[in-house]
Design a protein. Structure first.
Length: 541
């Protein structure tokens, strides 16, 4: 018996690989989350983001001229997919709201459902419009009176699609049945199904607003990860901060972005939405479903900001909001570079747990220095630092290169010294403030950070795909790679000699080749040549 127990307690051959895999995964996690690695990656990423913020302010006039304008894009497959996915996300998020409120009892579910119904009624009201104006704008411009609205509402309720009275009757009938069967706690699921069906059947005009739908879909997807734990207000508000940041950026160039000079309809809608959602949040706090409400509130805020577009000036405001929500695209380059550096540092830490990380500090300082040089070049010449600029400078003589760079070397050296001091000071401060309960604090805000990460990543990707490109996009290293002659040569390889000579013969340019081809394919033709002389860069700057 003893020998049998000893045999059972001994590790088998099949258990050994599992333990090795578990130990390896634990080692990778410890290497990647090492405080020494995380602090350096955090400081480097923060410095690069700060430089990008300064760059955005430096080129904000160009950004305004590009992104305040609006253009009409014809609906395509992406619009339709985003629209139907938006309807699905509305239903799924409301369904999850019901699941979160159900354990608290029917009273809490009833209160949450009442808030959702009130928002739904208001949302439907603002989708109605007379021509190109919604009812609020029609009343504010005295096109309609408040008493006239009742006839339009009666018409939509009884005599015209969407026949709201029928929807209300069916919903009330189902609600009554659930109450009779003591199933009232399922009513939010019914509301979720009704909301999704109504959007699919009667709000197909939303397919025109591709950017708004993609933004709402991104936030709706991110809200699905908000299941448990406490929420960090900063991470929850990060996508909304991006939208407001672009408004602040464009404010000096457009009077309509000043608080006292905004479009009246936009001002009323914005202030009304803020007051309404604040009031409903207070009700959620008093009624005991605040935790569940917080997890769907970002989705509601995004929807109400982007879908009310039937008033004069709405396309510009909607486009500015959309570009603001997608402003995380400006930082995807920095994120990608630091992610690669983080994985590299984690691999090094895995192989050498006690090795020094001075090389990571050097790489960080090099990235920061290049970003500063890029920033200064953009401020002076309105051109980003890339391979083309380096090629232009390398084409000059050594004396000219020295004359071009000499005025900026002292300031660049001083900036590098200051950056090094601040970098080391930041690492020292982070090391001092680290506490033993950092893991608990990280888990407390983990869900909200995951929400912000998913939302900003999706919004940034959509921004890169659909937003007009501008000079603020991209990180210095990624721009070097994108403009390098190696990548260009791989994308457009050099034409073979035989193919080149055949093309010359076909175009009738045989006399321009030395030696000329024996028999041109077509007769030579007269060419008009324009020679353009441009001023040298070092003479101008």
């Amino acid at each position: 018996m003893a020998s049998a127990n000893n045999t059972a307690n001994q590790p088998t051959a099949t258990d050994s690989p599992r333990r090795e895999v578990a130990a390896a995964s634990h080692g990778w996690r410890a290497a990647l989350t090492s405080p020494a690695v995380m602090s350096r990656i955090g400081v480097g990423f923060g410095a690069l983001c700060l430089i990008k913020f300064i760059l955005l302010f430096s080129v904000r006039k160009e950004l305004f001229e590009l992104h305040w304008r609006v253009s009409e894009d014809l609906p395509n497959l992406v619009n339709s997919l985003a629209f139907y996915f938006f309807a699905l996300l509305v239903g799924v998020n409301l369904w999850k709201l019901g699941n979160r409120c159900m354990p608290a009892g029917p009273k809490v579910v009833r209160a949450a459902n009442a808030c959702v119904l009130f928002l739904g009624v208001l949302f439907i009201f603002f989708t109605f419009h007379v021509g190109e104006q919604n009812y609020l704008n029609a009343v504010m411009t005295e096109m309609l009176g408040w008493k006239d609205l009742r006839w339009y509402l009666i018409n939509y309720s009884v005599f015209q699609m969407p026949f709201l009275a029928v929807w209300l009757f069916v919903y009330a009938f189902i609600y009554y049945g659930l109450c009779r069967k003591d199933r009232e706690h399922f009513i939010l699921r019914v509301t979720a199904v009704f909301a999704a069906l109504y959007i699919v059947l009667f709000l197909r005009d939303f397919r025109l607003y591709r950017n708004a739908l993609l933004i709402a879909d991104s936030v709706g997807i991110a809200c699905l990860v908000l299941n448990g734990g406490r929420l960090n207000p900063f991470w929850m508000a990060l996508p909304l901060i991006g939208a407001g940041f672009l408004f602040v950026l464009f404010r000096p160039f457009q009077k309509g972005l000043h608080l006292t000079r905004m479009n009246p309809e936009f001002t009323v809608l914005l202030a009304g939405h803020v007051l309404l959602l604040t009031g409903l949040t207070l009700i959620a706090w008093r009624r005991g479903f605040l935790s569940a409400w917080w997890r769907i509130l970002p989705f509601f805020v995004t929807i109400f900001l982007l879908v009310n577009v039937n008033f004069p000036g709405a396309p510009n405001y909607e486009n500015a909001l959309a570009m603001g929500f997608m402003s995380s695209r400006y930082f995807l380059g920095e994120f990608g570079v630091m992610l690669a550096l983080w994985l590299l540092a984690g691999g090094y830490r895995k192989l050498r747990p006690h090795g020094t990380l001075w090389w990571l500090d050097v790489l960080n300082l090099m990235l920061i220095t290049l970003a500063l040089a890029d920033l200064r070049l953009t401020q002076i010449m309105h051109v980003r630092l890339d391979w083309n600029v380096i090629s232009l400078a390398a084409g000059e003589t050594t004396k000219m290169m020295w004359r071009m760079s000499r005025p900026y070397l002292p300031s660049l050296a001083l900036a590098l010294a200051v950056v090094t001091v601040f970098y080391l000071l930041s690492l020292w401060l982070i090391k001092r403030v680290q506490k033993t309960d950092s893991e608990a604090a990280a888990s407390a805000s983990g869900r909200s950070f995951a929400y912000a990460f998913i939302a900003c990543l999706l919004l940034g990707v959509w921004g890169i795909i659909y937003a007009p490109g501008d000079k603020a996009e991209g990180q210095t290293i990624t721009r070097f790679v994108a403009t390098s002659p190696f990548l260009k040569r791989a994308a457009t390889p050099v034409m073979e000699r035989a193919e080149f000579l055949q093309t010359v013969k076909d175009l009738g340019l045989a006399d321009m080749v030395v030696p000329p081809p024996s028999t041109p394919s077509r007769a030579p033709r007269d060419l008009n040549v324009i020679v353009i002389f441009q001023e040298s860069t070092y003479n101008k700057h």
